[in-house]
Design a protein around this ligand. Structure first.
Ligand code: PBG
Ligand code: ZN
Length: 325
């Protein structure tokens, strides 16, 4: 006997061929951006204590690293400097011979077609660890904008394809867009960290990048995760300011925001699978609690299903290997 059901979904899942035929999300090498930590003065590579499997790369080892990644199929990288030349304002970031300029030039020389996203912030370059100019324990918005403009031009001159401001200053997209246009870099884009939350999932990054705060937190500039509408609004304002691409960061806990942005713009949207999200999967896998490959791929599909065009993840090279199997 059989029941008279309104629909039998299992017909669409009967075997792998049917499932694959109707699937709407496919992961490819074109979906991923790989964040790289480049440490000043380091010889070779050094594994991060806070992010097992992620290596800080010295400048002399960077060309070989980029070559290996390009061969593997990585098409875009996000560069993070680990600086040993810090000062109050992070002036190394706008120095033509500073770490940002040097690492971008190395990547551009080695792989001219690799897309370079230059993270634009100050926390890795300031002695206090805040993302801008500190005045009486408060990060001054507009003074920081001026420094972001200098940093953006420096990165563009060195060869960056996109400037990715992550400082969460108001007006950072507009300030950078203006500065780039004025300097003749109309074709350098802005990938805005448009909905970046004050998240504790950045902890392992701060260890790896050497940018832990001496005191305080970043809640006065990064978005409050208790507010969906404001996070969406902030991304919409970045569009008005001239952003070419938007971003939600972290990813997994903020799929609602990702979907909200997706439904309100046709511009490309990136999800940043941040250090803490990487660490949660990695440590659980090392403890034998879950299947790393399956959980990572499920997570990446979730980002794409929610509307991401790009995923920035420390798992990118590993994912490309898995996709080849
Ligand atoms: C710098 C920056 C951070 C991350 C990316 N850019 C740290 C922060 O804002 O505290 C975090 C990335 C990660 O956790 O993987 N502003
Ligand atoms: Zn910062």
């Amino acid at each position: 006997m059989s029941f008279d059901l309104p629909f039998r979904f299992r017909r669409l899942r009967k075997n792998k061929t049917i499932r694959d035929l109707i699937s709407r999300v496919e992961l490819t090498a074109n979906d991923f951006v790989y964040p790289i930590f480049v440490e000043e003065g380091l010889e070779g590579r050094a594994e991060s204590d806070s992010l097992p499997g992620v290596f800080r790369v010295g400048e002399t080892a960077l060309a070989a690293e980029i070559n290996m990644l390009w061969e593997k199929g990585i098409k875009a990288v996000m560069l993070f400097g680990v600086s040993h030349h810090k000062d109050e304002e992070g002036s190394d970031t706008w120095d033509e011979e500073g770490l940002i300029a040097r690492m971008i030039r190395i990547v551009k020389d080695q792989a001219p077609d690799m897309v370079i996203m230059a993270d634009a912030c100050f926390c890795q370059y300031t002695t206090h660890g805040h993302c801008g100019v500190l005045i009486n324990d408060h990060v001054d918005n507009d003074l920081t904008l001026e420094n972001l403009q200098k940093q953006a031009i420096n990165a563009a001159e060195a060869g960056a394809d996109f400037i990715a401001p992550s400082a969460m200053m108001d007006g950072q997209v507009m300030a950078i867009r203006d500065a780039l246009d004025e300097a003749g870099f109309e074709d350098v884009g802005v990938l805005s960290y448009s909905s970046k939350f004050a998240s504790d999932l950045y902890g392992p990054f701060r260890g790896a990048a050497g940018c832990s705060l001496k005191q305080g937190d970043r809640k006065a500039y990064q978005a409050d995760y208790r507010h969906y509408e404001l996070a969406l609004e902030e991304s919409m304002v970045d569009i008005e300011e001239g952003a070419d691409m938007l971003m939600v960061k972290p990813g997994t806990l903020y799929l609602d925001v990702l979907k909200g942005i997706r439904e309100n713009t046709s511009l490309p949207v990136a999800a940043y699978h941040v250090s803490g999200e990487y660490a949660m999967i990695k440590h659980a896998a090392l403890a034998g609690a879950l299947d790393e490959k399956k959980v990572v791929l499920e997570t990446m599909v979730a980002f794409k299903r929610a509307g991401a065009d790009l995923v920035i993840t420390y798992y990118a090279p590993q994912i490309l290997d898995w996709l080849k199997d």
